[in-house]
Design a protein around this ligand. Structure first.
Ligand SMILES: *Cc1c(COP(=O)(O)O)cnc(C)c1O
Length: 454
């Protein structure tokens, strides 16, 4: 066991240390090598070191350097060394983190992490919280609580009786809602298509004065951090309109909620704390390893009512907090340990610095690309930059060549009818030098494209 784990650690360390100097996208040869995994199920045991060596030799080069400093696709983030290290230790613990009495250490650590998270995200300290797999399941979890609450207010028990014959629930979203919210609404029986879509402004923010007059059970889903622009809905104003008539306000803040952690960005999310529930990710901006999302609900009892299970063989708790009373899962890994370790090591100032640094890098990208004559399509308020290189086909070609080139990795998107390259800066490990190196590569590729067309 000891030799195998040392062997694995050495390989993982070599991989992590190589992230800054390798190509970001795997080369075609590494991808072709993946066919080596296509073998029949072995009849019997193999030497474990040989198994791990195969995994590393074939898998590592074919992976994309998502955990590295020059991956700017989607909003991914790397893994802080302390979070990765704590994750390794917690994996050795192998705790099933559902019940306090069975896994007191991880349950306690997660409870502390939740308290710290509420503080750093400037959410009400008495919120209930849950560690889930990502913002998709956090949206699902928080919206299950919303569904419970708005139907309970009109005397309907959605957990017991389902939605057949229930009073209808109006669900309002901004036109720029993240698809994971729509998916969650589908899973909850609230329907993907029956949502009311509210128009947005040029940055993708919901227009509060366009929210229709609401009555009866209703949920408004706002957003903090548009995946393209980083813009934040005016959540405070939305809350004033909605909560006056008893409407639940949920905020999808997968990465945008973290603006609260950085003094220079906190004003972007002013008013967000007035909502009733929130979803966010720790695997994005907090840079813990995949997977880790978080759901928060202002009234812990509402989250519990939507999520708790009871069975004869499971200990019910009055004295302690059972994590599984607040999550869709019963058994799960202790993902809160990675969060605790990240927060314990960075402290408030460290998290602020992480967020500020990413925003500063995003601004640098925008400034240099604009100086070179390319159009920035969004107000760079957070970590997101949208850039157009001219005609849609030109932008698409530049994106494809940037990915092929391997210096850095950026994805594409369409923003309000314009094709754009999307730069998301969310890794702890990105340095000023990584940003300059990436900008040089992008400018070289875009410039060469221009020359080859004339
Ligand atoms: C990334 C993201 C999600 C989905 O998060 P996962 O962790 O991938 O499930 C939801 N909403 C927004 C705004 C996001 O940026």
């Amino acid at each position: 066991m000891k030799d195998l784990l040392h062997f694995a650690a050495a390989r993982a360390i070599a991989y992590a240390e190589g992230l800054g100097s390798r190509r970001v996208a795997p080369d075609p040869q590494a991808l072709a090598g993946l066919s080596r995994f296509e073998e029949p199920l072995p009849d019997g045991p193999t030497d474990p070191e040989a198994v791990l060596a195969l995994l590393d030799e074939v898998g590592s080069p074919a992976s994309i350097a998502m955990a590295g400093p020059r991956f700017f696709g989607f909003v991914i983030g790397g893994a802080l060394p302390i979070a990765l290290a704590a994750n390794w230790l917690a994996s050795a613990w192998d705790q099933n983190t559902g019940m306090y009495r069975v896994t007191p250490a991880t349950a306690q650590i997660e409870q502390v992490a939740l308290r710290w998270l509420l503080e750093i995200l400037a959410l009400p300290p008495t919120c209930g919280g849950a560690f889930v797999t990502g913002a998709t399941s956090a949206n699902f979890t928080a919206l299950a609580a919303a569904r419970h609450a708005v139907l309970a207010r009109v005397g309907w028990d959605s957990e017991a009786d389902g939605l057949f014959g229930a009073p209808p629930v109006t669900v309002v979203v901004g036109d720029e809602v993240h698809p994971s919210v729509i998916k969650s609404l589908g899973l909850l029986g609230l329907g993907r298509r029956r949502v009311v879509r509210v128009p947005v402004d040029g940055q993708g923010r919901m227009r509060p004065n366009a929210i229709p007059r609401l009555s009866g059970p209703a949920i408004v889903c706002a957003q903090a951090g548009n995946v393209n622009t980083g813009a934040v809905d005016p959540v405070g104003e939305i809350c004033e309109v909605a909560q006056a008539v008893g409407v639940w306000v949920h905020v999808d803040g997968a990465f945008g909620l973290w603006a609260a952690a950085a003094p220079s960005r906190a004003r972007l999310v002013e008013g967000v704390g007035q909502a009733d529930s929130w979803a966010t990710d720790a695997h994005k901006w907090l840079n813990v390893p995949y997977d880790c999302g978080l759901a928060f609900v202002r009234e812990p009892d509402i989250l519990r009512a939507a999520m708790a299970v009871t069975a004869e063989y499971l200990p019910t708790e009055t004295e302690y907090r059972n994590p599984s009373d607040y999550t869709p899962e019963l058994s799960r890994r202790a993902r809160g340990v990675d969060v605790w370790a990240a927060l314990r090591q960075l402290g408030r100032a460290g998290v602020a610095d992480l967020v500020e640094r990413c925003c500063r890098h995003a601004r640098r990208f925008a400034e240099r690309l604009a100086d070179a004559g390319y159009e920035i399509l969004n107000e760079v308020v957070l970590n997101q930059v949208l850039v157009s290189f001219g005609e849609p086909e030109t932008t698409q070609r530049v994106i494809a060549r940037v990915q092929e080139d391997g210096t850095c990795w950026c994805g594409g998107t369409e923003w309000q009818g314009r094709v754009a390259m999307r730069i998301s800066v969310s890794s702890w490990s990105t340095t000023d030098a990584d940003v300059e190196q990436s900008i040089e590569a992008i400018l070289r590729i875009a410039g060469a494209d221009c020359v080859s067309r004339t």
